[in-house]
Design a protein around this ligand. Structure first.
Ligand SMILES: C[S@@+](CC[C@H](N)C(=O)[O-])C[C@H]1O[C@@H](n2cnc3c(N)ncnc32)[C@H](O)[C@@H]1O
Ligand SMILES: [Zn+2]
Length: 273
């Protein structure tokens, strides 16, 4: 178990119904099997992170298989760098668990016995993840203060979640790997063309992070065509544009029954120095 007590920082032990630290702090395991490690005084809103509705849209969209090529590429990259036989893998900002769940299956199919953990600040996301992926241990926690033992992970995965480089570095063992997914310049451009009068391309993300050695950047370009309104709305609801788009833009999208858009993920692989 790599999670730590958010009060005193000591390692937690998983008991039947709780997780407890040696100093007597204890955290209930939810019915779905996850643990809530985000102290109330560090929650900046009542329900931080993705809302229940966004989580449901993300789950529905991802289960449609549209992003499977990205998940496959992530699996391939992770499989190349984790040590046998029981790598410790942490999905930081795991959402509803799609990538973590598929990564576990992939590693198990290659004869490994990974010890997998995930956390996200959204309780709705973690609840959905824990319910579906019972072999992975999930926690509600923040990227800004990850309640995980220093040097405990062989590989950390971060797919489109906030990046706090010092924390991601701290939880990795020396020589461990970080896999980041970042949007490429034309990610979702077809969607943005409908939402905005003057859509802009994403900036090319900086690839240097403190304490890491850059290994490689792998682009996974794809074009998808969604031909039903529900999938289009689900895709919209899992993007940051959902909050930012002016009403006219989202109204325009509601009337669209077929959407072709570029999807562009870049995976960036780093090694902790
Ligand atoms: C774009 S979603 C990606 C989720 C998942 N990795 C996926 O690709 O399906 C970003 C996630 O980051 C989470 N998040 C936002 N701020 C966070 C923070 N400070 N700490 C941990 N997670 C955070 C959100 O709740 C959300 O689930
Ligand atoms: Zn404690």
């Amino acid at each position: 178990m790599i999670f730590t007590c958010p009060v005193c920082g000591e390692p937690l032990r998983r008991l039947e119904k709780t997780c407890a630290c040696p100093n007597g702090h204890s955290y209930d395991l939810a019915a779905e099997g996850y643990v809530h490690l985000l102290p109330p005084n560090r929650m900046h809103s009542k329900a931080p992170g993705d809302s229940k509705q966004m989580v449901a849209s993300r789950r529905a969209f991802l289960q449609g298989g549209w992003y499977e090529p990205f998940s496959d590429k992530l699996n391939e990259l992770a499989a190349e760098c984790v040590p046998a036989p029981s790598p410790v893998i942490l999905d930081a900002g795991c959402g509803e668990g799609y990538y973590t769940g598929r990564l576990r299956e992939h590693l198990v199919s290659r004869g490994l016995a990974p010890r997998m953990f995930g956390f996200d600040i959204s309780k709705s996301a973690v609840k959905a993840a824990a319910k579906k992926y019972g072999e992975i241990f999930f926690a509600v926690a923040s990227m800004f203060e990850i309640p995980v033992q220093s040097g405990s992970a062989d590989c950390v995965v971060n797919v489109f979640a906030p990046i706090v480089e010092d924390e991601l570095n701290r939880v990795l063992r020396p020589g461990g790997f970080l896999i980041l997914a970042v949007p490429g310049p034309r990610h979702l451009f077809g969607l943005k063309e409908i939402l905005y009068d003057a859509p802009y391309e994403n900036e090319h993300r900086e690839t240097r992070y403190r304490g890491f050695r850059f290994q490689k950047r792998v682009a996974v370009p794809l074009e998808i065509t969604l031909s039903d309104g529900d999938s289009i709305q689900n895709l919209f609801a899992m993007t940051p544009y959902y909050w930012k788009t002016p009403v006219e833009g989202s109204e325009r999208l509601k009337n669209i029954k077929k959407l072709t858009t570029q999807i562009e993920f870049d995976f960036i692989l780093y090694q902790k120095v």
